[in-house]
Structures are given as C-alpha cells and as structure tokens.
Design a protein around this ligand. Structure first.
Ligand code: SF4
Length: 380
C-alpha cells in the first residue's frame, strides 16, 4: 500500500475527531490564546528564562546544560550515559534533529525507542514522517510486516494487536534500562518542572524506572511557570485530536521523599540523577529574527500537516524529518538554515489552511514566504 492510502486513513481518523473535541470543549480555544501569549513572552525574553530554569533545576538537585548545537548536546549526553548501558528513549524530535539515537549506539550502548511509532521507524530504518505520529506513512499491514521481519514476533495487521505485542517487548527493555531519555512538552522556568503529555504510558516508565533521567529538548519549550506549562500540554493534546490525553506527567528533579522528619531528601525509589539538556541549534537566533521568531510558538500538535495539500500529496518529502509539513518548513529553516529549507518552501502553494487551524495562530504562510524570499535572493 502507498503513502497516500496510509495518510488518508490517518486523516479520516484524526481531522473529524479534532473538530469534535474543539466544539465540545469550547474553553480550549481560550487556553490556546493564553499559551500563545505566554510563549511570546518567553521567546522575547529567552535568555532571561534560560537563566531562571538553570537556577531552578539546580535547586531541585538536578544538572542543567545549555548546548549550542547537536555536537555539544551529544557530548553532554555521552558524559552522563557512558557506554555499555541500556538506554530507552521516549519520542523526541530534538533527538532525531541531532541524531542522538545513532550517537548513543555508536558509543556502545543498547538503545531502544519506546514510542510505538518511533520504534517502527527504528526497526524499519526509515525516516519519521510526522512529528507526532512518525510512522503515519506506514499502513497497519506494513507495520506488522516490519515487526515480524525485524523482531521475529508474529503479529496480525491490526493496530491493537501490534501495540500489545510491541508493548510486551519494550516493557522488558524499560524495566532493565540504566538511562531514560525523554523530551518535554513544556518546561516551567520558575520551578524547573517538566510536563510531558502521552497516551502509551511509556513516558512515565522511561522517566521513572531507570536510575538516570535525562530531559533532552529545545530551548523554546520553556514556559514562564508551571500553570502555563501544564496548559501548553493540554492545548497540545487537544489540537492533536487526543483529548483528554491518557497521561500528563510531571518530573521535577531526582526522586525524593520527606517522610522522615519532613526533611526532603533524594533519591527515593525513582531516578537518582536528573539532567536537563536544552539545545539551541538555531533557536536563539530565530527568536531574534523579525520573520522566523513566530515559528518558535509552535506547540507541536501536528494539525497543520493534516490540512496541508502539499503534505497530503508529498508526505515526508515536504520538509526535512523530523520537521515535515508546514511547521516543518519553518523548523527546517531554524535548525538547518534557509539553504536546506528553501527547496521545500518553494513547493508551498500558500493555500493558507495551516494558519486557520493552528492553535497558536502562527502566520505559517508568511514565515514560509520569508524563507522563499531569502532562498531566492540571498547569495549562495
Ligand atoms: S505550526 Fe501550529 S498547527 Fe502546526 S504543529 Fe505547530 S502549533 Fe500545531
């Protein structure tokens, strides 16, 4: 079966469901506006909030690192993880952006993606095609074939069956893992608390069972405080068509207890180490850019993809994985530069659906137009 058939099944499932959610829970639009205001505040004062979160993570008993690019981020993670370890990851677009899984494996670690879609991508060796559902280009028949061939596990071409069998395999890995690496939907700058939204249940296992928890994400995930961070996670899940989400997780430092004399000590039963690695990789320059800055408001809901005629036709070829679709063209420009994003921007027909459905009201066509203009006019 083709990309077109797989994406059409996904579109028919998610688009009507998202509209139903937004009409039934009308307060979500107000929450989205609040999140936009808070994100604008952070983007305009990014260095201030970075300083604040660094202090907050230290107060929690964690370690904070600001990495300029993927190389620097990898060096930090290499020092924390070492080699010969079993490492489990939850879905993480910045890890894909910076090639973290490959690097971890090159240092002699056993590495497993624990999100079902990302796990299918890891097994197949293909590129992710959507920031929320990286294997959206695979039909259930293809997903079953990949699991059968690569893991020698008999599975039926049925989504629930595939999820159950893969879940059994991955649970065995997570239980034994030395290090768990997650991303973040939002990070509260005032407290250093990390909010993660999910449905599979893998993130709460990855962030609590291994002895070391590393949070690895981009600097733009900062929010002014925990209330806004939580609201951002709610908005992300709603506009992704998965509301209410099955789980919202909060991690704030290594595990702790105050059960003896009310004195809070670490560690307790969860991770004994908590590390936060925030990656710049073009984001701080974009925050200062009069045209690209708006892309940093994206909450990664993936809604613009499913309303974009070019993405629905070209699929993951529109943008550079993991940043595909309308948001992906903007984010390819931020993380890889205009030269890499330009050819993709040139495919945009400016239908404008993306701007209409974006919860952050990002003027995506305007940003893409700016990428086009720079690509055509800037000296090579
Ligand atoms: S650009 Fe808007 S619609 Fe697209 S993924 Fe980001 S927040 Fe969602």
């Amino acid at each position: 079966m083709s990309w077109g058939e797989a994406i059409e099944r996904a579109r028919l499932a998610i688009v009507p469901r998202t509209y139903q959610i937004l009409s039934r829970f009308s307060y979500l639009a107000d929450l989205a506006r609040e999140v936009r205001r808070a994100r604008e505040e952070v983007v305009k004062n990014l260095d201030f909030y970075l300083g604040q979160v660094e202090r907050a993570v230290g107060d929690l008993g964690g370690r904070f690192y600001l990495a300029q690019d993927g190389e620097e981020a990898a060096e930090v993670v290499a020092k924390v993880v070492g080699s010969g370890r079993l490492v489990v990851l939850s879905k993480n677009n910045v890890a894909v952006e910076t090639g973290l899984r490959r690097r971890l494996a090159e240092w002699g670690n056993e590495v497993w993606e624990t999100d079902l879609g990302e796990f299918l991508i890891q097994l197949s060796g293909e590129e992710p095609s959507h920031l929320l559902a990286p294997a959206v280009h695979m039909t259930r028949e293809r997903a079953a074939e990949v699991v059968r061939e690569k893991l020698n596990i008999a599975v039926e071409p049925d989504a629930a069956y595939i999820a159950r069998r893969v879940g059994e395999f991955l649970r065995g890995k997570i239980i034994k893992a030395d290090v768990g690496i997650t991303g973040a939907n939002a990070i509260a700058a005032d407290t250093g608390a990390v909010v993660l939204v999910e449905n599979e249940g893998n993130i709460r296992l990855v962030s609590s069972l291994p002895r070391v928890h590393i949070v690895y994400d981009g600097v733009e995930k900062l929010m002014p405080n925990l209330t806004y961070a939580f609201t951002a996670a709610v908005v992300q899940s709603a506009y992704a068509g998965l509301y209410p989400p099955t789980y919202i997780n909060l991690s704030a430092g290594p595990s702790s207890t105050a059960d003896v004399e009310m004195v809070r000590v670490t560690p307790a039963q969860g991770p004994r180490e908590f590390h936060m690695v925030l990656v710049d990789n073009g984001r701080r320059a974009a925050a200062r850019d009069p045209e690209l800055w708006e892309a940093l408001l994206c909450v990664r809901c993936g809604r613009c993809h499913m309303h974009c005629p070019i993405y629905l036709t070209a699929g993951p070829k529109f943008g550079v994985p993991p940043y595909t679709g309308p948001m992906g063209v903007m984010w390819t420009a931020i993380t890889r530069g205009v030269e890499a994003a330009g050819p993709h921007a040139m495919s945009c027909t400016h239908a404008g659906n993306c701007r209409l459905v974006c919860p952050m009201s990002i003027d995506i066509p305007k940003v893409i137009r700016a990428v086009k203009r720079r690509y055509i006019t800037e000296p090579k």
